[in-house]
Design a binder for this molecule. Structure first.
Ligand SMILES: Cc1cc2nc3c(=O)[nH]c(=O)nc-3n(C[C@H](O)[C@H](O)[C@H](O)COP(=O)(O)OP(=O)(O)OC[C@H]3O[C@@H](n4cnc5c(N)ncnc54)[C@H](O)[C@@H]3O)c2cc1C
Length: 397
């Protein structure tokens, strides 16, 4: 009984558990459940009375055993989905929706992260294009996988085509449930990810923002006012009128804490998935550095970075893409993009504040930690938004 418990504890001690839940799915005794810890991150909890110490959980944990036969591509792609509506709703260039639409057209199932009615982020599955908007847009919060892995297995067993999108550690977790096989009908799409805060801290932030009025919509990446970049918005109800606030990173406590790397899951700072070869079939992210590396693209509406990490992804992508496809695409050498997007090859650095911030959050509340660790200036942040990127580049130098 003790051995299994000891093994899982070992993972927790090195703090690399990503909460993917592969252990819970695999456990033959079904004695591992996924629960929120004190910081609000999802962690495995073992029922010690049921555990027989077989070690299957530990031996299949993707943080312990890595199986990655992907290629190191020498090139990546700048990608823009030319469907205006899709591009507007997507955080970068709408690469995710392009792949998802193809799978949905084939009567497949698409998994991704969505807000629920309380703005908690959960992984859900959709089967129609009408629901695609739920998955579009980055939510900078850990997505609760719930029973997604069971559902993926179920749909694949029915012979359906499945696209599973998520953070790289979630995709590694999903693969761990397939006993080192990679099903043909499963297409995995990972985001370049520099870290996830917990649903709990986001809820604490929302409690404060909700005082203005009930929040109706929230977006971390709204292009409507300032175009492609890291600026968000939320809509709330004041009396019976709907109001909308747009905010740059530097004028919002949650966003500032996030971009200073202060509030990630501890495993994010040691993420071994932030490396090449990448783990999933396809990798998508923001094509930062576009102004330097590309000609003839509109920077304002957003550009995705797309990586095809194995032959399957390559064949599938080019089979769905022809001269009639409503996209714009350009090859760029991998080595040229890395200086602008370090997340491809390395995890985020852990600031000293991370060790105490969640404790302080518990003791003193969100406003206290926001004020302590971020100097926000609503005025300066807004002025800065109107300075073109190329001028900012010169000013930085
Ligand atoms: C937590 C997080 C960190 C990121 N960090 C970086 C980074 O450092 N560098 C970079 O270039 N890009 C990063 N991205 C990716 C980037 O923000 C865009 O999501 C990506 O460019 C795809 O945009 P799109 O226009 O193709 O599609 P969109 O429609 O914007 O993308 C939606 C996709 O994101 C997925 N998604 C959204 N939120 C989550 C979540 N919380 N957990 C799992 N999946 C989610 C959806 O399931 C869907 O697959 C990050 C995204 C997230 C969610």
């Amino acid at each position: 009984m003790q051995r299994g418990v000891m093994l899982m504890n070992k993972i927790d001690k090195v703090q690399t558990c990503t909460g993917c839940g592969a252990c819970s799915f695999i456990c033959p005794k079904e004695c591992i459940s996924m629960k929120e810890d004190a910081e609000g991150f999802i962690k495995p909890i073992i029922d010690e009375n049921q555990c027989v110490g077989c070690g299957i959980c530990y031996n299949n944990c993707p943080q312990v055993v890595t199986v990655n036969k992907n290629l190191i591509p020498d090139k990546v792609y700048a990608f823009v989905n030319l469907d205006e509506q899709i591009l507007h709703r997507s955080s970068s260039g709408g690469a995710f929706s392009y792949l998802a639409n193809y799978v949905l057209e084939k009567k497949g199932v698409v998994f991704g992260a969505a807000f629920d009615e309380n703005f908690r982020v959960k992984t859900i599955s959709i089967e129609s294009r009408d629901e695609l908007n739920k998955l579009q847009g980055s939510k900078y919060i850990e997505s609760d996988l719930g029973n997604s892995f069971e559902k993926v297995h179920h749909f694949l067993s029915e012979g359906r085509f499945v696209l599973f999108s998520g953070t790289p550690c979630q995709i590694a977790g999903l693969y761990a449930t397939f006993n080192k096989k990679r099903p043909d009908k499963l297409l995995t799409v990972e985001l370049l990810c520099h870290g996830v805060p917990s649903n709990k801290i986001f809820q604490k932030y929302l409690e404060i923002e909700n005082k203005k009025g009930q929040i109706l919509e929230y977006s971390f990446r709204d292009k409507a006012k300032w175009g492609w970049g890291n600026w968000g918005s939320y809509k709330y109800l004041k009396g019976n009128k709907e109001k909308k606030i747009y905010f740059p990173v530097a004028s919002d406590y949650f966003y500032s804490l996030y971009f200073k790397n202060n509030i990630f899951r501890t495993s994010c700072y040691e993420c071994h998935h932030a490396s090449i070869p990448r783990g999933s079939d396809v990798t998508i992210g923001d094509f930062w550095g576009a102004e330097k590396l590309l000609r003839g693209f509109s920077f304002k509406k957003g550009i995705s970075l797309l990586m095809l990490n194995n032959q399957k992804a390559f064949d599938l992508f080019w089979s769905m893409t022809n001269s009639n496809s409503n996209i714009k695409i350009q090859e760029v050498l991998l080595e040229n993009i890395i200086p602008y997007n370090k997340t491809i090859v390395m995890p985020s650095e852990k600031p000293a504040a991370r060790d105490i911030i969640y404790e302080e959050l518990e003791q003193y509340g969100f406003y206290y930690v926001g004020k302590k660790y971020c100097k926000i200036s609503k005025f300066n942040a807004k002025i800065r938004r109107y300075i073109p990127r190329w001028i900012k580049g010169i000013l930085k130098k």
